[in-house]
Design a protein around this ligand. Sequence first.
Ligand code: ASN
Length: 323
Amino acid sequence: NTLPKVTIFGTGGTIAGEAKTKTDVTGYKSGEIAVSTLIEAVPSIVDVANVDGVQIVNTSSANITSEILLQMAKKANELLKKDVSGIIITHGTDTTEETAFFMDLVNQTNKPIVVVGAMRPATAISADGPMNLLNAVKLAASEDSVGRGAMILLNDYIGSAYYTTKTNAISLDTFKARDQGFLGAFADGVAHFYFEPAKATGKPNFDVSKVDKLPRVDIVYGYQDMKVDQINALIDAGAKGLVIAGSGNGSIPTAVKDKVTELNKEGFPVVLSTRTGGGFVTHKDYAIGSGTLNPQKSRIMLMLALTQTKELSEIEKFYSTDK
Ligand SMILES: NC(=O)C[C@H](N)C(=O)O
């Protein structure tokens, strides 16, 4: 038929989660139900698009690896370059923003990639997954979605993958972009956008078609009395770059700053982000400031940046919001 083609990558998460009782919304197993079953549970999807399901993995989103990200990037680009109008990734919400951000940066087309999940398992009363999935199909199939980058969709709200983050451990209303706001919302089963299509300022694009492996990048949490031991241990373990979730505008204790300064002189990339959940980390003369990116997105950016350059001054540009 003439409906747009949409491919759904199933990766697991609560949207595919199964609990022992209908009222259990925390003690359940993520990634139990196949993507084909999720699609069958929403019969009206067939009125919106020609849908195809691909089971990539079926697991909790904490188990998504950079190998899985690369696999999805290659498959998504292959399909989007053909006649598929949009890709949906059903995903656990805990690391949704990492996958969505990665897919946003590696998409070689202007077609939509929509990452969707749920906060209540499929077996719960008032499960949010089926409606979220139907909305995701509408979003991925819509011409209005073209040129908007990857998007995160949950609880009727459409957020840009670049800026949206999970802000609450259990609430249905968890995804937010506090400073930048949502792109739009569903009303009466229809996606309404608040703006014309736009690209996040300074957003780079990475072609990973020839990348076999992403470099290891780790995150270290900052706190009072933080020591340099974790930094040393991670470098010994093979980290090719580090992100520090500093306090405030990326601040770290003096001893850690001395270590970071030393690493900077050696050309080892350290990105300073913030544990505050918002704002902007400015560039320092001893480390790269993460700009608007939180620690987990800064990590994804650094892995991708390192596939292109080892130069700190070049890496720094990927965190810039300048045009
Ligand atoms: N709401 C969720 O999807 C959480 C789940 N633990 C996950 O796989 O990320």
